[in-house]
Design a protein around this ligand. Structure first.
Ligand code: CLF
Ligand code: SF4
Length: 301
């Protein structure tokens, strides 16, 4: 948009998710280093990738931070358009802070030109905001599906916070408060924040305009409304209860209703937690562990 200043354009110009233009020219890679999660979304089965920033039903190859760094260096050497490294699963990156931050540290040290990107459910964001700043992580995604705990209780079956498990409205309330606090903290730290919302017909579809308004007021940069993908064979709560995802038309309608207010992302491909390449392509199978370990063994840590 014309009012976007030059510095901001520079910050997003090589990030394929934050800039629609960039996604034709620049690539991202994900490393799956974060297996644990601290909440249970009803659209997620833990056998698969975190469905907050990923394609449900996909199993990514879990790596240690050292293996992940090795993989990143190999790929950065082979794909020159590679500009962004994201940690987005297979669980919640901030439920695995040591693994996630160790990975980012290694990359920042060995490949300082690569932008760091983090995706989280937001529960532990304020706890880690200083480390995120320190590491120069300039892009953070929070998946925020509702601002209403009653609706939240239909989306999250439990939230594990400070050694206790909370269910229903009580759990949702904690998560929702922490997500909005996290968004605020990112804003204060001048870190670009994208918000993902999973659109669930009959549960939060009518409510997403309100979510959009709330995140806009708190300074989110971009809103990505993604369709619920819910196949019975994925074994999620929603899959088993027969909850359907939105049609393309329903999704577009909600995106359009929000688009007068802020920048909407419409080119998301719901990537796997070990995705490699341009957004539309998936080269993850070229860089499985058995393959990248053979390439450039000098990167073994
Ligand atoms: Fe990855 Fe996400 Fe960073 Fe992009 S993906 S962590 S912001 S580098 Fe992009 Fe993939 Fe959609 Fe995510 S297309 S699922 S929005
Ligand atoms: Fe699954 Fe991600 Fe939700 Fe955790 S935050 S339950 S990994 S979708």
């Amino acid at each position: 948009t014309p009012e976007m200043d030059e510095k901001l354009i520079e910050r997003i110009s090589k990030h394929p998710c934050y800039s629609e233009e960039a996604h034709h020219h620049y690539a991202r890679m994900h490393v799956a280093v974060a297996p644990a999660c601290n909440i249970q979304c009803n659209y997620c089965n833990r056998k698969y990738d975190c469905a907050n920033e990923s394609r449900p039903g996909v199993v990514s190859e879990l790596l240690t931070p050292e293996e992940a760094a090795h993989k990143v260096l190999v790929i950065a050497g082979k794909i020159p358009q590679m500009t962004v490294l994201g940690v987005a699963g297979p669980g919640d990156p901030l439920a695995n802070p040591e693994k996630t931050f160790r990975t980012f540290e290694l990359i920042a040290d060995k490949a300082p030109d690569i932008k760091l990107c983090l995706s989280t459910n937001g529960l532990m964001l304020t706890e880690h905001i200083d480390r995120i700043k320190q590491l120069n992580i300039d892009h953070v995604t929070i998946t925020l599906n509702t601002i209403d705990p009653e609706i939240g209780a239909q989306i999250y079956s439990w939230v594990h916070y400070k050694r206790k498990r909370y269910r229903g409205v009580e759990g949702a309330k904690i998560l929702l408060e922490k997500q909005l606090e996290g968004l605020q903290a990112l804003k204060e730290a001048d870190i670009l924040c994208k918000v993902n919302s999973v659109m669930i017909p009959g549960i939060n579809d009518q409510h997403l305009v309100e979510v959009n308004k709330a995140i806009r007021e708190r300074g989110a940069f971009l809103h990505n409304i993604m369709p619920l993908i819910s196949a019975p064979e994925h074994g999620t709560h929603f899959g088993l209860t027969g909850q359907r995802g939105p049609t393309g038309k329903e999704l577009k309608e909600v995106q359009d209703n929000c688009s007068g207010n802020m920048k909407m992302m419409r080119h998301c491909r719901q990537c796997r937690a070990d995705a490699v390449g341009l957004l539309g392509e998936d080269r993850s199978q070229e860089f499985t562990k058995d393959k990248f370990m053979e390439m450039a063994p000098e990167y073994n840590f």
